[in-house]
Design a binder for this molecule. Structure first.
Ligand code: FES
Length: 103
């Protein structure tokens, strides 16, 4: 069973926004897409850009540094799945968001 750690409250991340949190030394970008929360690694595979500060368009986030695009729901790099970022399980209970970064 993965260990879920409380990282933020739902009210902190309104729909269409993101927030970067640290979970067990991993920087995780949380996204709220129409009320559902997703968590992917914050570090872009290209040169480490902060995906949590990227522009959100549909279910894609665009890295703010050079424009790499990732699927928010899976972490998959749009052009090349081999360069995807990690995607983490999320739980939302009573308005509290928890993420598991370790299996
Ligand atoms: S660091 Fe993300 S596109 Fe270059």
């Amino acid at each position: 069973m993965p260990t879920f750690i409380h990282v933020a409250d739902l009210k902190d991340i309104p729909p269409g926004t993101a927030k970067v949190v640290a979970v067990q030394n991993v920087e995780v970008a949380l996204f709220n897409l129409e009320g559902s929360i997703y968590a992917i690694d914050n570090m872009c595979q290209h040169a480490g850009g902060p995906l949590g500060e990227g522009k959100i368009t549909g279910d894609i986030v665009i890295c703010p540094w050079h424009g790499y695009r990732y699927h928010i729901k899976t972490g998959q790099y749009v052009k090349n799945p081999e360069m995807s970022v990690a995607c983490y399980p999320v739980k939302v209970e009573d308005g509290k968001i928890s993420v598991a970064v370790a299996p």
